[in-house]
Design a protein around this ligand. Structure first.
Ligand SMILES: *Cc1c(COP(=O)(O)O)cnc(C)c1O
Length: 361
C-alpha cells in the first residue's frame, strides 16, 4: 500500500500525460511555453480568480507574494507555527518577522480569536494556512485585515480545490498561494506552484518577480527570483486536471468512509460551509509514535504532519518562546496522517482501519 498512490494515477492518465509531454518535446518551448499560459487560464477559471501566475514551487509562490507586497525588514507577518517550514521560512527570507499565533485544537488551523492581540504597527500581512486541505476562517481573517489595512496571503499548498462558502481556496484573499509538489492534491512530476490574485497591479508585480524582476527583456525594474514553472510541468498538470474533479469526489468519499469506520477516534474537524480536499486524512491519538510503529509493522504507511511546531525548531525559535503555542505542541505529539489518494482501494482502506483499531487496542 502506498501513502500517496501516484503510480495508479499515472496509469489512469498515461495516454494524455504522455501525449502532452511529447508535444512539449516537439515544440521545444521549455520555458514559458504555450502550456504555461493554457494552465494559468484553466486554473484562474477553476478557482474563480482574475489572475493565475504559475511559479516554480509553493515556497516560491509564498515568497513572490511577500515580495510583490513589498514586505521587507522591520515588517511582521502573522502566521501559524503548525505548518510546513516554508510558511515561516518565506517570511524570514523576505526579511520580515513571523509572528506565531496558536491553532485551534480541532481543525489545526490558525485560531482567529488570537490574531487581533498580535497586531502591532509593524504588522503588514496575515498568512493563514489551509492545513490538511481545509481553508481557515477566511471571512474573519479578511475582516481583521481590512480593519487594520493588512494583506492576507492564503497558504493554500494543501487546500487547492477546497470550497469555502461556495468559493474556492486561492480566490479568497489578497493572494492565494499553492503548491504542485507531487503528493499535494493537485501535483506535478517535480516542483511547481501558483499564485492567485484579483489585483491587476499585484499580478503584474508577481509576473515580473518570477522572472528576475523583468518588466521587459533585460529591463530589471525590481528585485526578482528565478521562479517560473517549466512547460513540461504545466503540460503534466493540464493532464492531471482532466480528472481532478473526480479525484476530489473520490477523496471526499474515502474520507467519509474513514470517518465513519473510525468512529470514536478523534479526527480533524471540518467546519460547516467548508469541505476539505484531504491533502491529509489526520487522526489524533495518544501514544502516537507507538501507534505509528504498530501500523508500519502491519504494512500500513502513515506520516506525521508535523512532529514539531515551527516555534520550537532551531531556525525559528527566536521568533517565539517554546511555550507560546501549547495547542500546536499538543497536536504535534498526537497527529497521525493515514494513506489517502483518489485511487486508494476499498480493501486498502479497510486494512488501514483494521490496523489502526488493533493498534489502539
Ligand atoms: C508543501 C507546502 C508548502 C511548500 O510547497 P513546495 O511546493 O514544496 O515548495 C508550503 N506550505 C505548506 C502548508 C505546504 O504543505
Amino acid at each position: 500500500m502506498q501513502f500517496t498512490d501516484l503510480k495508479a494515477q499515472y496509469a489512469a492518465l498515461k495516454p494524455s500525460i504522455d501525449a502532452r509531454i511529447q508535444r512539449v518535446l516537439d515544440h521545444g518551448q521549455y520555458i514559458l511555453g504555450p502550456e504555461v499560459a493554457e494552465l494559468e487560464t484553466a486554473l484562474a477559471a477553476f478557482t474563480g480568480s482574475r489572475h493565475c501566475i504559475t511559479v516554480a514551487s509553493g515556497t516560491e509562490a509564498l515568497l513572490i507574494a511577500l515580495m510583490a507586497l513589498d514586505i521587507a525588514p522591520g515588517d511582521e507577518v502573522i502566521t501559524t507555527p503548525f505548518t510546513f517550514a516554508a510558511t515561516a521560512e518565506t517570511i524570514v527570507l523576505a526579511g520580515a518577522k513571523p509572528v506565531f499565533v496558536d491553532v485551534e485544537a480541532d481543525t489545526a488551523n490558525i485560531d482567529v480569536r488570537r490574531v487581533a492581540a498580535k497586531i502591532t504597527p509593524r504588522t503588514r500581512a496575515i498568512m493563514p494556512v489551509g492545513l490538511y486541505g481545509q481553508v481557515a476562517d477566511m471571512a474573519e481573517i479578511n475582516a481583521i485585515a481590512a480593519q487594520h489595512g493588512l494583506a492576507v496571503i492564503e497558504d493554500a499548498a494543501q487546500s487547492f480545490g477546497a470550497l469555502y462558502e461556495g468559493r474556492r481556496s486561492c480566490a479568497l484573499s489578497t493572494f492565494g498561494a499553492t503548491s504542485f509538489f507531487p503528493s499535494k492534491p493537485l501535483g506535478c512530476y517535480g516542483d511547481g506552484g501558483a499564485l492567485f490574485t484579483d489585483d491587476d497591479r499585484l499580478a503584474q508585480a508577481a509576473r515580473e518577480i518570477r522572472i528576475h524582476g523583468q518588466s521587459a527583456r533585460y529591463t530589471h525594474t525590481r528585485l526578482g527570483v528565478g521562479g517560473r514553472l517549466d512547460t513540461l510541468q504545466a503540460a503534466i498538470l493540464l493532464g492531471k486536471l482532466e480528472r481532478f474533479g473526480w479525484e476530489l469526489q473520490q477523496r471526499a468519499a474515502i474520507a467519509a468512509r474513514y470517518a465513519g469506520q473510525l468512529y470514536g477516534i478523534e479526527q480533524i474537524a471540518i467546519r460547516p460551509g467548508r469541505d476539505s480536499v484531504y491533502a491529509q486524512f489526520t487522526v489524533l491519538v495518544d501514544g502516537r509514535d507507538a501507534v505509528q510503529a504498530a501500523l508500519k509493522a502491519a504494512g500500513v504507511p502513515t506520516a506525521v504532519h508535523y512532529p514539531k511546531p515551527l516555534n520550537v525548531q532551531p531556525a525559528y525559535a527566536r521568533h517565539c518562546c517554546p511555550e507560546c503555542c501549547p495547542v500546536s505542541t499538543r497536536l504535534a505529539a498526537r497527529v497521525l496522517s493515514l494513506p489517502m489518494s483518489a485511487d486508494l482501494s476499498l480493501a486498502d482502506q479497510d486494512r488501514v482501519v483494521q490496523a489502526l483499531r488493533t493498534a489502539l487496542g
